[in-house]
Structure formats: structure tokens, C-alpha cells
Design a protein around this ligand. Sequence first.
Ligand code: G3P
Ligand code: CA
Length: 243
Amino acid sequence: MRNPCVAHRGWSGAAPENTLSAIRLAADAPDVDWIEIDVRISRDGIPMLIHDAKLRRTTSGSGEVSKYTAQQLSKLDAGRWFSREFTGEKMPTLEQALLMASGKVRVNIELKTDGKRYPDLENKVVELLRRLNMEQNCVITSFSAEALHKVRSLSRDVTCGLIVDRWSDRLPDRLNTLGCRFLSIGYGAINKERLKRLNREGIQTMVWTLNEVRLIRKYALMDPGLMICTNHPDLWRAALRSV
Ligand code: G3P
Ligand code: CA
């Protein structure tokens, strides 16, 4: 058994985050198991891949993502900020991303919401997973308990995961109450003891975001089942050769 690799925002160390190029690199690699992607919603209700609420950092646009239609968003350049080679790269819809991943890598869909900000996001994402018959190949994660509660009420089939960046001894109970079988946790908040406890409770854990061989090795040695989220699957490969 070896630690599963999760390509963070796609293979975002080698291509612009949350684009089809970053997803393609991960999906075509024979040993990458998962991708993690960030999702918000367009003005006309289409789930789109983008990390920030505003367009400026990763696209040629400006202002709030949710003020634009999917068609307007898809005209922006989402690659040039990363490097000239990716000029013309587009912001994908969640549907395009899922179709590219399908049959190759599983997908961790992070809902970038507090549960209220985009009232229809949870519904649109669940509806899409159902239509593409991909509920079993994805987890839906969020920092927002409210968003996960909404997802849970829409589907009993999809796995839900809470994202946290600090530990609490009440966390396993909280996950249970929310109906989450998956935990996405910042690496400063996890250790071997805590992992043992989560394993006993039947929780699948992913740690983010490990971008150094030394760190990847350290966490891999804690538990071979721990999912490792990284911008650099090539470093994950190098680290695991020596575990
Ligand atoms: O899903 C875990 C991790 O991606 C959360 O942080 O800022 O990269 O979305 P961020
Ligand atoms: Ca994320």
C-alpha cells in the first residue's frame, strides 16, 4: 500500500491551477489517484473552476466571478498569469473538468462557499454528479458545515468531507454529526495519534498541501493510507521511493 496522491488544483505546479491543462497532466499520469479542484458559480448558475472569489489573480478579468455568465467567464485568459506558454487557457466548467477526469482520476470537489454565498451551488453540483453518474468517484468537500449539510440533504450517495486547518478533540464527533466520512486537514493540524483516532472512526483523511519531499516523506511515514495533496506529484513520487 502506498499513500494516494492528490494533485492540488490539478497538477498546479506545472500548469495553471484549476484549468484543463492542469487536470490533463494529473489524469494522464499513471500514478496520480485524485485531483482536487475549487468550484464557484457563474451568474447563470454554472459551476466553474476557480479558487478566488475575484477574477484578478488567475484570469484576465476583474471583479466577482458570480457577476458574470459562464460564457463571459469562458472568454477570459486563465493561463497567461502562470506563464506565456499557457496563454489562451480557459476557465473550465465543472462539467468539462469531470469529463476529463472520468475513468482516470477521482475528484475532490471543494465548494468555495460559506453555504449562503452561492445559494444554488450545492444543488447544481449534486445534480451534475448525478447526471454524469459520477457520485461514486467524487467527494464534495468544504470548510462550510452549512454547505455540507445542504449536500447531505440532497444526496445520500456522495461522500462529504469537512476541510479544517486546526484540530479539536471534538472533530471526529463533528464529522459524524455532519455525515462526513472524509476529512481534509492542513498538515500542521495532524499527527500520528490523531490519524489513528480518525482511522478507528473509519474516516478517510487527506492532508494538504505538502510541497516538499521532506514533508511528504514525514507524513507518508505516519500512515500509508493517508492521502497526500500536493501541487507537485513529481515530488510525491520522489518522496515515496524512499519511504
Ligand atoms: O482542499 C484543501 C485545500 O485546497 C484548501 O485550501 O486554499 O488551496 O483551497 P485552498
Ligand atoms: Ca482547494
